[in-house]
Design a protein around this ligand. Sequence first.
Ligand code: ADQ
Length: 740
Amino acid sequence: MDRLLIISNRLPVSVKKGDGGITIKPSVGGLATGMKTFYKTLDSMWIGWPGIDKQDISPEDEKNIHEQLKQERCEPLYINKRDFELFYYGFSNKTIWPLFHYFPQYTDYHREYWLAYQRVNELFAEKVLSMIREGDYIWIHDYHLLLLPKLIRDRFPNATIGFFNHIPFPSYELFRLLPWREKILEGMLGADLIGFHTYDYERHFNSCVRRLLGHDYVLNRINLGDRIIKVDNFPMGIDYDRFYQAALKIGSIKKEQKTKLQKDIESFFKTAPQRKLILSIDRLDYTKGISNRLYAFRRFLEKYPEYHDKVTLILLAVPSRSKVEQYQIMKREVDELVGHINGKWGNVIWTPVWYFYRSLPFESLIILYYFSDVGLITPVRDGMNLVAKEFIATKTTGKGVLILSEMAGASKEMNEAILINPNNIEAIADSIATALKMNLEEQIERNSKIQERLKRYNVERWANEFLNGMKGIRNYQKQFFTKKITPETIQKILDKYKKSGKNILFLDYNGTLVDTRDKSEYASPDKDLYKILDKLKEDNRNEVVLISSRDRKTLDKWFGDKDYILFAEHGMWGKKEKNNSWIKLNDQLHSAWKKMIRPVLELYVDRTPGSFIEEKSFSLAWHYENTDPDYGLQRAFELKDELTERIINLDLQVVEGNKVVEIKNQEVNKGTAAQKKISDDKYNFILAIGDDWTDEYLFNGLPQYAFTINVGLKHSRAKYYCESYHNVRDLLKEMCKTRK
Ligand code: ADQ
């Protein structure tokens, strides 16, 4: 595979300067732990902040650091102290982190933070651009670097970029509060693949993109007009075998090799064999619900006195972002609660809560996981939560019960755990009792199911799926690159046109010759368009056919005094010249069904503000372009469903266009109308241009030698695509200049 550049705020190792010189230690944290084993197996390079400031080291140290990091395939990016403060403690952790975790009351919206966030993202972009090579895969991680995908894309358009968000993505109601919301979304959309832990975060993101930027998505692909990107969920796994194997070894470790922690715990069980251990591990963060957990444990001790002296809660909190005020307040609350519980119930032989405020080495972590009977993990909001997965992975005998918050992304894959609402203190207290009473058989059954899943979808698989996702979307995009109309293709069309003696041009109207974003009622032709069409018509080799889904009245209003051939209502009606009357092109059709269907559409108009009905002679259309985008789409799905049931046996079809649901007779379409037209005469040159599903019939109905062009980037039967109606007009103008 090509080279992989991983970019995250922090490197997976952190550099420290002490008396003994420079040391490099692995960083704590979900991402670092998850990716560490994986990235070394690939041809990859990790770019990020090394955890030390350049001002605090000598040039000698810097060289030394560089050398050591090179061994780890890491490239350091130094950020000046002031910017780092504002970027990391400021925008990342006082703006994005609280808002994305549904804590708007903790969210600061300081412009100074935002400016620093932009500056640091720019710094990352410069670093990446100085290293990037053609063919590299760029995988950007997390909420510190939301602007980076676009910054790279702008200057290296061909880059293959993936972005993975490790924290939740909030619903539109929350996200809209952010003053720089559009810039953040645009930044992320610079990627080709955007990944989240769960489907909920994915759909929140898509909805924000649609509501704030107006880009629609179909089947988890967002069409940006010039690029299609993919949004998907990839629930992050753990290095399952590492945890499982480490836990397996614990039982067979020789006495002299045991750590102090293991000896202490074993001797503890010797003196109190009935004692049960409940484990709680997190970074000390307000999103992790640590105080809720302590309130619940307190309630449990109140409600179930029979467990006094028999249960101990191990509360392990890793110091985190201690410079941020909310973290300091929370630390005080946790300290007080622990003191309160131990003071109230503790005695000489029993301490209800063992509280550790520190990071622990891997071996100690495993010992705690392994010896604990219950894992109590109750975040109020958590992107995924790897601790829950690690706890289960160490249950080699199948014994152990996990109590997990349903607000953690991990809960979506761990249904067999006891799932709780972290705000329901009473229910958590009861679930602790349930967990302690659960029989071994049930524990084994529940855990083995989760273990099977964790083993299969481990961190390596997660990363592979993401990388394959990047490759997949890249290949998908390539199909379009080859279809994009180029100056060479235009020249080919013009050459053929110039030589030909008899030409026919089928031109759709809305979205092809004028902008679709105008409200459909107002998208009337402008002077420039008339000028182009008149000029084409002047050339007597040409027949100009305007083939539209609009009704006769509208086309008459716009083109009634022109000599273009007009096809209205998908080719149901035709008109040859201005003084001719409209001819029905299909005599077999009936429209009696409208009486039955119209009331259904009226009901949808009443229930969906902004929507309206358009009646044509052989079809009815429900337009929802002026409605709330999400709501309109949801109603459109419902309407389609309802109509599909009602039209069984009626020779009708329900078709979906650009923000419109239309019911029409099955035989009517632009393809049959165009076929009929070309069978009248012999044409050497055929050009057809359109932009939506109705034009697909047209492209399909024409002979192989026809030039067919779709406006906009999407799967189409057309041979080529161009980006907008401007390109169509430019092509037609060139044709006007090219007379024989
Ligand atoms: P975090 O908020 O850091 O990660 P989490 O997923 O639980 O949360 O990962 C914590 C990691 O730190 C675990 O691998 C754990 O083993 C380790 N750890 C915890 N306490 C420790 C201690 N005392 N000593 C040593 N190591 C300790 C963010 C998101 C999560 C998401 C991850 C990965 O907030 O929701 O799951 O990224 O995407």
